[in-house]
Design a binder for this molecule. Structure first.
Ligand SMILES: Nc1ncnc2c1ncn2[C@@H]1O[C@H](COP(=O)(O)OP(=O)(O)OP(=O)(O)O)[C@@H](O)[C@H]1O
Ligand SMILES: [Mg+2]
Length: 460
């Protein structure tokens, strides 16, 4: 630690104060003739030399101490100085160093507390924005930064969320009356739609803190994504509408025929026979629909529980082909089975897998062009999985329909599906069973050429 230059004035005053008593005493002694003039001068000179030396060292120690304390508060960790000429100052320096260490430790723990508070806020899945009394952004969490882009603090929230209802709700939350107290309840909620893509339905929960936080935060805005919920609500409503619509047609048909049989066709034996035939078909159609609906709801109910039996896929596929051989023959469609010789067993439920392949092969046969082949190929797939592909040479499916194909009642050509006896629930059932098996369904289709539906399942 280099010695510090001490201002001359301070040196002068300190020396004068230190010398004054002894020089004063010597001068009085000389004046009273107790001391000779020369002796007085020698004594004064000797005392001056010693005093100046001591005062100089003392002042230097004080200056070193001052610099040490300065460095401590600059958050450096200076070496403890040796202050031999000012022992009391050395004690002060030790105390200051202890104080500074304690303070620094406290700062570090406060910093780490603040960091973990931010980490917790960042860990929240929902976007969170903290606003001050002037509606400016004080801080955001990671989810908010991802959703709104880097909102950057100090900006009015309206620069990132231009939702009039939300801004009005925030203003109401922060509004104070004539008495300076807040005028409204300390929480509210607003629904909003964030323009896409993808368009998101959001519920904004607003809350005012009892008092402003240290960083100025006073209001919290948490955005909760309700898009999936809305979609599920819409799907449920659509589903009920679709199911009733599907049942309405055959019921109306049956009612019509019953009316006719009671009235005009009462005594017409031939018409009665024909109508009863059609009525049987309609009843069959309703039974199929109800069966499919029940199956779908049963699979959905235990979709979370993964089946764990070892299933011999060859047996499953052969039984499916036996069942559909007749239907294929009637359309002049060949079904070809290609089995890998080393095919492992699959993990699953053999009845449910039978339903999956029955639906896929049934579709392939139904939508294949006459006199073509439907190919069913099963082989091991990477990663301990088995792939079963069902391919047809049919009209194929335009790409726009592929993402929605597994929705209930979704059909590319509704009239054709109905005419072929379809309920539009087959692929929805397939999708749910495959999900329950933790498998995958991939659909590839080229319009005009044909389609391939591939199911991948975990191997035992
Ligand atoms: N192999 C295929 N080739 C062309 N289109 C297909 C094929 N498989 C399915 N589709 C289309 O997907 C739609 C939905 O199929 P899905 O199996 O769910 O219903 P469906 O066959 O009409 O009725 P269901 O299977 O309940 O008897 C069908 O209506 C059809 O338009
Ligand atoms: Mg089908």
């Amino acid at each position: 630690m280099a010695d510090q230059a001490i201002p001359f004035r301070r040196t002068l005053i300190a020396n004068a104060v230190a010398l004054a008593p002894s020089w004063g005493a010597l001068a009085i002694l000389w004046w009273l003739d107790e001391l000779a003039g020369r002796a007085t001068l020698f004594a004064m000179a000797g005392i001056a030399v010693v005093t100046v030396f001591l005062v100089q060292r003392y002042l230097a120690s004080l200056a070193t101490f001052a610099r040490f304390v300065g460095e401590l508060s600059d958050e450096r960790e200076p070496l403890m100085p040796r202050l031999a000429f000012a022992p009391a100052t050395e004690e002060l320096a030790t105390a200051a160093a202890t104080l500074s260490t304690g303070w620094r430790r406290q700062r570090a723990s406060m910093d780490s507390l603040a960091a973990s508070a931010q980490a917790i806020v960042d860990g929240l899945p929902d976007p969170l924005i903290a606003l001050d009394r002037q509606r400016r952004i004080v801080r955001t969490n990671l989810a908010a930064a991802l959703l709104l882009g880097n909102a950057g603090p100090e900006r009015d929230v309206s620069t990132v969320l231009r939702q009039p209802q939300l801004l009005a709700a925030i203003d109401a939350l922060l509004e104070t009356g004539a008495d300076g107290n807040f005028a409204r309840p300390d929480q509210s909620a607003v629904e909003l739609v964030l323009a896409g893509p993808p368009e998101l339905d959001m519920m904004a929960h607003l809350r005012r803190l009892p008092r402003a936080a240290a960083d100025g935060s006073l209001a919290l805005v948490v955005l909760h994504d309700t898009t999936a919920l809305r979609r599920a609500e819409r799907m449920r409503a659509d589903f009920v509408a679709n199911a009733s619509h599907e049942l309405k047609t055959p019921i109306a048909g049956l009612a019509g025929f019953i009316e006719t049989l009671r009235g005009p066709a009462r005594d017409d034996a031939a018409a009665r026979e024909r109508f009863l035939g059609i009525m049987g078909e309609q009843a069959d159609r309703m039974r199929r629909l109800v069966d499919d609906l029940l199956m779908l709801s049963r699979i959905e109910q235990h979709e979370h529980a993964r089946p764990d039996a070892a299933v011999d896929l060859e047996r499953v596929l052969r039984s499916v082909l036996d069942l559909l051989q007749l239907k294929a023959a009637s359309r002049n469609v060949r079904i070809e089975l290609e089995l890998d010789p080393g095919l492992p067993r699959a993990v699953g439920d053999s009845d449910e897998l039978t339903i999956v392949f029955q639906n896929l092969v049934d579709n392939a046969v139904k939508y294949a062009r006459p006199s073509t082949a439907v190919k069913v190929a099963a082989k091991p797939f990477g990663g301990g999985r088995i792939a079963v592909a069902v391919s047809d040479e049919g009209d194929g499916i335009p790409a726009a329909h592929l993402p929605r194909l597994t929705e209930r009642f979704y059909r590319v050509d509704t009239a054709r599906s109905r005419q072929l006896g379809g309920t539009g629930l087959g692929l929805a059932i397939v999708k749910h069973v495959v999900n329950r098996h933790r498998g995958r369904l991939d659909i590839q289709s080229t319009p005009g050429k044909g389609s391939t539906f591939t199911v991948t399942l975990p191997a035992a």
